[in-house]
Ligand binder design. Structure first.
Ligand code: TXA
Ligand code: MG
Length: 335
């Protein structure tokens, strides 16, 4: 069924309507600068339950809570200087911080953990809604659990449209990749749990301490001690296989039908085959990130059985891009 009627333009009337839905403990698809989120009242257990149910998400995978500013967040957490420094540098924006929570955050939101993931998003539509509410919004990415994150309102309508009343349209997401997550439970030992648009180097520069990266995914069935990283994630229906960065030249220049070859940039040898695609004209990392999930979902909808995707250079934003690609490809191993 076509659920495109659930996509609402961000007019004053529709913003008021969605704010009212959220006050009534409903969930709403909403744009952020990273990916579209599935938002609900973070302080209300019934609304949080709906988020998990709509996504088909296991209750052991905790949610990010979105606030209008640092002061609003600090009313619900145990704060520290690193939180304040990073907030001053990157909020509003694509950085999520994991910190000890106060009792006001329901255990359901954090999968029973004593910590909560917090973020102040940048997207004007999301910010306008937050300012109209007197509660923060829990919002995971608005995709069915395990599928690629949505970067267009139509992605949300296509996959979750039958289960929600509305998706606010804020246009294509700027970054196109989920926020960077940093664990600041111990500010002396900050750990990146998920790479994203705010890079490790940018964080190092602000905190002036060596930031490490959480190694490997957590066990997919145990409650997550340092969650955020289920292995098989971001998988399209099509199989994803990966090519090393820079090696598309040696790939089959005429992939069989049913197989799409996805390069970082327009290949110099491109001979006009329909099933060769590129993420950026010039190979620029921001553009690759911006286009990645959209292209994967488009090719998936076109019915390709296999997507053969070139990895990004392992630098800066390339870490986040390659992390998502490896998770998409992990579907192969899980089968
Ligand atoms: O960009 C984003 O972060 C988007 C937009 C909508 O804000 N949200 C998003 O949420 O990507 P989600 O739920 O798809 O991914 C959030 C990750 C989860 O995998 C979860 O395990 C981790 O954050 N997380 C949440 N609470 C945590 C906590 N207390 N400790 C460690 N990790 C946590
Ligand atoms: Mg997600």
């Amino acid at each position: 069924m076509d659920h495109s009627s659930k996509v609402l333009e961000a007019t004053a009337a529709n913003l008021a309507h969605c704010a009212e839905l959220l006050r009534s403990d409903e969930v709403v698809g909403m744009p952020t600068e990273t990916v579209y989120g599935l938002a609900g009242n973070a302080l209300n257990a019934s609304s949080v339950r709906k988020i998990f149910a709509v996504k088909g998400r296991p209750l052991l995978d905790p949610l990010i809570v979105h606030f209008s500013d640092l002061a609003a967040a600090e009313a619900h957490i145990e704060t520290n200087d690193s939180v304040r420094q990073l907030a001053a540098a990157f909020w509003p924006g694509p950085l999520t911080m994991v910190v000890p929570k106060q009792a006001s955050i329901p255990d359901l939101v954090t999968a029973g953990l004593p910590s909560v993931a917090i973020r102040v998003p940048q997207h004007p539509v999301f910010r306008t809604i937050l300012k109209r509410l007197n509660f923060p919004l829990a919002a995971p990415s608005a995709n069915p659990f395990g599928y690629v994150s949505p970067t267009l309102a139509s992605h949300v309508a296509h996959t979750l449209g039958s289960r929600i009343q509305a998706v606010l349209d804020g246009g294509p997401c700027d970054f196109g990749l989920e926020s960077t997550i940093i664990d600041l439970r111990n500010p002396q030992v900050p750990v990146i749990l998920r790479h994203g648009p705010v890079t490790e180097a940018q964080i190092n520069q602000i905190l002036q301490v060596e930031v490490s990266t959480h190694s490997g995914a957590s066990n997919d069935t145990a409650p997550q001690s340092a969650p955020g990283l289920l292995t098989k994630h971001y998988s399209p229906r099509a199989r994803v296989t990966l090519l090393p960065h820079g090696e598309t030249l040696t790939a089959d220049a005429a992939p069989e039908s049913g197989i799409a070859l996805v390069c970082n940039q327009k290949p110099t040898w491109h001979t006009g085959q329909a099933n060769i695609f590129w993420l950026s004209e010039t190979g620029e990392l921001n553009e690759i990130a911006h286009n990645l999930f959209e292209l994967i979902q488009r090719l998936d909808q076109q019915g390709y059985q296999q997507l053969c995707i070139e990895q990004a250079a392992e630098e800066g934003l390339g870490h986040a891009i390659n992390d998502r690609l490896r998770r998409a490809a992990a579907k192969l191993e899980a089968e």
